[in-house]
Write a protein that binds this ligand. Structure first.
Ligand SMILES: Nc1ncnc2c1ncn2[C@@H]1O[C@H](COP(=O)(O)OP(=O)(O)OP(=O)(O)O)[C@@H](O)[C@H]1O
Ligand SMILES: [Mg+2]
Length: 333
């Protein structure tokens, strides 16, 4: 798949985040180009690895992007939570378990597993904390991850060995407070005519997160050095929420319409309702994650009585603040 095809696929499930999609698509494409090289030549290009770091507020699509990517590329995909890793006393065992899951996802084929995607979430939680004990644990996890991210042979119980040299590692984290660190650093001079190309490039460079920023945030330098590609996800707004509820191939609206259809009924929701839900969701400040909860709350009373309605009925929501209209079959709408 070429980068454009990858972003086109991502667009079907993930709303907005164009910059992150592009960065991810290029990274993945390049990664697999290198794979093709690695089989033959011993070139420098084939030897370098480009793991990706996704940075963005909670509920903006980091996990969703990786999941969708793995699905689109039909690659084995596993996720791990860095917080859980740092709470475990046996990080090595946890990582082994993770790679076992990857092997399972690959149908037991170690070669295929080695070319899969490993997503490690909440990587920002590994940054040194105030308590020395937690900071130590975070550092230990970073060191353990370093090795497998760079590429090493992981021997699994049962005899299989996975070579992670060609595994794509994607790390994700919210990195709350990183903006303040970035704002504090000196910027490249010249900003101004930001619609000139030069201005835009400089602006991009300035808004770029540098390994030193992550270092200042508390990650160890060796670790940040293994994540050369950084993609940012932006906070989602009202309009994004409205689209997220309706547009993706597996959107909430589509899911619930399907559910109603299974009961022989039709669900109709007017645009103001989506706008009102989006407004509420904004207040929860957990990104798009709150949409499902609000949606389900709205639907529960209707779903409760739906199986008792006559087949062919139509349930029509016009506002979040009034009960839906029910129309029996054949009564027009
Ligand atoms: N850009 C988006 N497009 C469509 N749906 C989205 C988007 N962002 C979030 N969602 C919805 O919100 C849910 C949570 O998103 P996701 O798990 O990707 O958040 P996250 O960025 O990984 O957050 P966290 O930092 O808390 O892990 C998704 O399952 C999806 O339904
Ligand atoms: Mg996530």
């Amino acid at each position: 798949m070429k980068p454009r095809a990858i972003t086109a696929f991502l667009d079907r499930y993930v709303i907005g985040q164009d910059e992150a999609k592009q960065t991810l698509a290029v990274a993945v494409y390049t990664h697999f180009r290198k794979l093709a090289l690695a089989d033959g030549a011993d070139s420098g290009l084939a030897q370098t690895k480009s793991n990706v770091l996704l940075i963005g507020p909670t509920g903006t699509g980091k996990t969703l992007l990786c999941q969708t990517l793995a699905r689109g590329l039909k690659l084995p995909f596993v996720t791990a939570d860095a917080t859980a890793l740092s709470q475990s006393r046996f990080v090595g065992d946890e990582l082994t378990a993770l790679m076992l899951r990857l092997l399972e996802q690959a149908g037991g084929d170690p070669q295929r597993a080695g070319r899969g995607i490993v997503f490690i979430d909440e990587i920002d939680k590994l940054a040194s904390a105030d308590e020395p004990e937690r900071a130590g644990a975070g550092r230990a996890v970073q060191h353990a991850l370093l090795k497998i991210m760079e590429g090493s042979l992981i021997h699994l119980p049962g005899g299989a060995t996975i070579d992670t040299r060609h595994t794509l590692f994607i790390c994700g984290g919210a990195f709350v407070g990183l903006d303040a660190i970035m704002a504090g650093r000196t910027s490249y001079g010249f900003i101004g005519t930001s619609d000139s190309d030069d201005g835009r490039i400089i602006e991009r460079l300035n808004s770029r997160i540098k390994p030193t920023d992550l270092f200042a945030y508390g990650l160890i330098p060796e670790f940040t050095g293994r994540l050369p590609i950084i993609a940012r996800l932006t906070a989602l707004g009202r309009e994004d929420f409205v689209r997220i509820m309706q547009e993706p191939a597996d959107s909430l609206y589509r899911q619930f319409r399907e559910l109603f259809r299974l009961e022989g009924a039709e669900l109709v929701i007017d645009p103001p309702v989506f706008a009102q839900i989006a407004e509420l969701a904004l207040e929860y400040k957990v990104g798009a994650r709150s949409l499902r909860g609000i949606f389900e709350e709205l639907m529960t009373p209707v779903l409760y009585t739906l199986p008792d309605e006559a087949p062919g009925s139509r349930i029509h929501f016009r506002s979040l603040f009034s009960a839906p209209e029910k129309t029996a079959a054949g009564q027009g709408g």
